[in-house]
Design a protein around this ligand. Structure first.
Ligand code: FAD
Length: 402
């Protein structure tokens, strides 16, 4: 839609081909139905939130950045607001208003929209050893000729929205290399069965570290959630974007996750707290003391991991047991068995190799007049409106030059 808006804004005749019965099916479910349109941070910060190939975005982001996107929507009558973490949402809290606004601009600019129209094949012609875009063949066999093509078919997560990896097939068919797609912004499956016992428990203000042996791959602070298969929540989703280089270690089950349940206290401060509590509650069960420090649901799991019986009297706790409890509270170790699938991944890592695409124009370096935009490219970011801004910036640029 953004590519169509920018190309038509430049006076070009644009046909938008969408396989679904309507536009923006994925956009509709973004931001839990509220659509986190972009992030109001500055350029440097924006790029620091891009997990893969951030440098590729310099040029397109400076051509059309987050301010430009907000202005475009505001000028078209959509009011926006900025929330925690500089996340930008429509004031109405309805993603459908974002889709409606983009559609209205498309209509105003005379973009022809064809629904239920799946692109099956890209047609090329060759001249003096160069390949050029010629047209597309649709699933009903019809062909549409054109001067240029912008391929913005998305990644392969949440396939029911229409992006099922078909764009990769099309890109590959004209010679592009595809970096293997993996789920990203995705929950972790853990080896520890006790995660299931804690299903539904959210921990706020905790910190995690993801490690390959001693090497720390990710470190962060925030909200953490236990699920029936492992762990999720904003911290875990963000951590999942850092696994690109560690795919093999992930598959081999060599990554660990260390959960610090008391990040604001040092081990020494925590020890003082234990000693204080132990003094007051000498004759109580240890579980009563731990309950004062952790959510009740976590206590049995915590004590089991520490090897301390729940009904052991505080006065009988040995120094070794106390130390072990402190150690676990500061670093509960879990083992990552894998990540959940594309159906639960907010974005796809991988896609059309950016080495074969011009970062200035988004044009293919292999076939003249074919352009790429959005998640189909091997670019992805953390949550906060960054992935959509990638689509807006690259879409605008592709439309401008196509
Ligand atoms: C649950 C969820 C929540 C999200 N929330 C946010 C958020 O709040 N903020 C944010 O920044 N990002 C969010 N994202 C990520 C963001 O939605 C995507 O990165 C973004 O939509 C990518 O845009 P795109 O245009 O490249 O691809 P898509 O939005 O996937 O659009 C691709 C379109 O191409 C069509 N298509 C595919 N193949 C063909 C074909 N062969 N012929 C014709 N049409 C075809 C599809 O039907 C689809 O409509 C979220 C993602 C999910 C899954």
């Amino acid at each position: 839609m953004m590519a169509a808006i920018s190309a038509s804004g430049e006076g070009k005749r644009v046909i938008l081909l969408e396989r679904n019965e309507k536009l923006g099916k994925k956009l509709f479910i973004t931001g839990k139905g509220r659509c986190n349109i972009t992030n109001a941070c500055d350029a440097e910060e924006f790029l620091s939130h891009v997990a893969t190939n951030s440098r590729f975005l310099y040029s397109s982001f400076s051509r059309f950045n987050n301010d430009d996107m907000i202005r475009l929507l505001n000028d078209a009558g959509l009011k926006t607001k900025v929330e925690r973490g500089q996340r930008v949402f429509p004031q109405s809290d309805h993603s459908s208003d974002v889709i409606g606004t983009l559609k209205r601009i498309c209509d105003r600019n005379g973009v022809q929209i064809h629904y239920h129209t799946k692109v099956e094949k890209i047609l090329l012609h060759h001249d003096a050893g160069n390949a050029f875009f010629a047209g597309v063949q649709l699933s009903d066999g019809k062909t549409i000729k054109g001067d240029s093509l912008i391929l913005a078919a998305g990644g392969c997560s949440y396939t029911s929205t229409g992006s099922d990896g078909d764009g990769y097939r099309l890109a590959r068919s004209v010679g592009h290399s595809i970096k293997p797609p993996y789920p990203s912004l995705v929950p972790f499956i853990m080896k520890e069965n006790w995660c299931r016992e804690l299903m539904g428990l959210t921990l706020k203000n905790v910190s995690i570290r993801v490690k390959q042996q001693k090497k720390v791959i990710y470190e962060g602070f925030g909200e953490f959630l236990f699920t029936h298969f492992g762990v999720s929540g904003p911290l875990v989703l963000t951590a999942s974007t850092c696994l690109g280089k560690y795919q093999k270690a992930l598959e081999d089950g060599r990554l660990t996750l260390i959960l610090d349940l008391k990040p604001s206290l040092t081990a020494e401060q925590l020890e003082k707290r234990y000693l204080r509590e132990f003094d007051i509650y000498r004759n109580k069960n240890i579980s009563n003391v731990i309950e004062r420090m952790l959510p009740r649901k976590m206590v049995p799991v915590f004590l089991r991991e520490a090897g301390v019986p729940e009904d052991k009297k505080v006065r009988d706790i040995t120094k070794k047991e106390r130390r072990r409890m402190i150690e676990i509270m500061k670093g509960l170790e879990m083992h990552i068995a894998g990540v959940r699938g594309f159906e639960e991944a907010i974005v796809t890592r991988g896609g059309v190799s950016v080495k074969e695409v011009s970062p200035t124009t988004m044009e293919s370096k292999l076939v003249k007049n074919i352009f790429f935009a959005g998640e189909i490219l091997d670019v992805d970011a953390v949550t906060g409106g960054f992935n959509l801004q990638i689509a807006w910036s690259t879409g605008y640029t592709a439309g401008f030059f196509a």
